[in-house]
Design a protein around this ligand. Structure first.
Ligand code: NAP
Length: 304
């Protein structure tokens, strides 16, 4: 086990984490980013971003790559390791992974959220065999086929629209009659004649031989069940926090998000939380980047 010293360890290489790295480096301190997966976070799978101020259109991949390159060119370091826990030393903090101890003066947790699963029978078995959580990654496999998207937020509606580039028809299944997504996105989606909405319904079953052949939906109001014949189901029903690894050092709220306000300060001195992992009202790309700036500068001022 090696011991590596730096100024600020940033946990997570999504928009908040990489924005924090940019601000830390520009403030003259050393940022080391730890990422258990790939850089970019959730946005990397968004086909088209239309609401980041100053950029009319950009793909999630291009946006994330731009952020990553900017942070690296400023001298930030990244290691692809999952964080096991944070330990508070006398003066320093130790961020532990399986391979290394990262000793630092301040920590920024920007660990994001993880996808919510349907939690129904055969979901795991059929993942990769018709059930997907990423339209950008898997959409092209469904050329000329009929698919369904489950969810009513921006992700689901963007995914449904994106899939119409390949699919002959896309069902959009949502558990209510009103969508959560932005009004402009809702208007665009509803105007797309390849998309058929299936409202007030939840997905209650998956039909398959070796691959998915149909999705059973149940109407929440009438109780009626029906099977939609589809080759693919794209699940886009939101995310949940995954902060248990930090629960012994920082306070979490009732829903499991890290309790921290707009100043990104947590209950622990010198540990900050940025982006979707913290308690907040608006989880957007712009607010994740803003949190990165706030937490990065707060960490530098804490170090002094
Ligand atoms: P979200 O906004 O939390 O929406 C999740 C959707 O899934 C909701 O419609 C919810 O229904 C539904 N849902 C939740 N649990 C369910 C369950 N167990 N069964 C069936 N349906 C369920 O998630 P998101 O769309 O992934 O977006 C996350 C955040 O990222 C949001 O702030 C969003 O605005 C943002 N985002 C922005 C962009 C962009 O700006 N380009 C793109 C993607 C996402 P209810 O509505 O009934 O609660």
């Amino acid at each position: 086990m090696a011991s590596i010293t730096t100024d600020v360890v940033i946990i997570g290489a999504g928009t908040a984490g990489l924005s924090a790295a940019i601000y830390v480096q520009r403030a003259g301190k050393k940022a080391l980013v730890l990422e258990g997966n790939v850089y970019g976070g959730q946005i990397i799978n968004t086909p088209d971003i239309e609401n980041y101020p100053g950029i009319k259109h950009i793909s999630g991949f291009e946006f994330a790559t731009g952020l990553y390159e900017q942070a690296m060119e400023l001298g930030a370091r990244i290691e692809f390791e999952s964080v096991l826990r944070i330990e508070q030393g006398e003066t320093e903090k130790i961020v532990k992974t399986k391979m290394n101890d990262y000793v630092c003066k301040a920590v920024i947790i920007a660990s994001g959220v993880v996808r919510r699963e349907l939690g129904i029978e055969r979901e795991k078995e059929l993942t990769g065999r018709g059930v997907s959580y990423c339209a950008t990654c898997d959409g092209a496999f469904y050329k000329g086929k009929v698919t369904a998207v489950n969810g009513g937020g921006n992700t689901a509606l963007e995914d449904a629209e994106y899939l119409t580039n390949f699919c002959s028809k896309v069902y959009l299944i949502h558990r209510r009659s009103e969508f959560r997504a932005d009004a402009s996105q809702v208007a665009k989606t509803l105007a797309n004649d390849k998309i058929e909405t299936v409202l007030d319904c939840t997905v209650t079953g998956l039909e398959a031989e070796k691959k998915l052949t149909g999705v059973e939906v149940t109407n929440k109001i009438t109780g009626e069940k029906r099977v939609l014949p589809v080759d693919g189901l794209f699940v886009a029903i939101g995310q949940i926090p995954s902060n248990q690894a930090f629960a012994d050092v920082v306070e979490l709220d009732e829903a499991g998000y890290i309790a921290a306000g707009e100043d990104c300060r947590t209950s622990a001195e010198g540990i900050f939380a940025a982006g979707d992992c913290r308690t907040k009202q608006v989880r957007q790309l712009a607010t994740a980047a803003a949190d990165g700036a706030v937490a990065g500068l707060a960490a530098c001022s804490y170090i002094g």
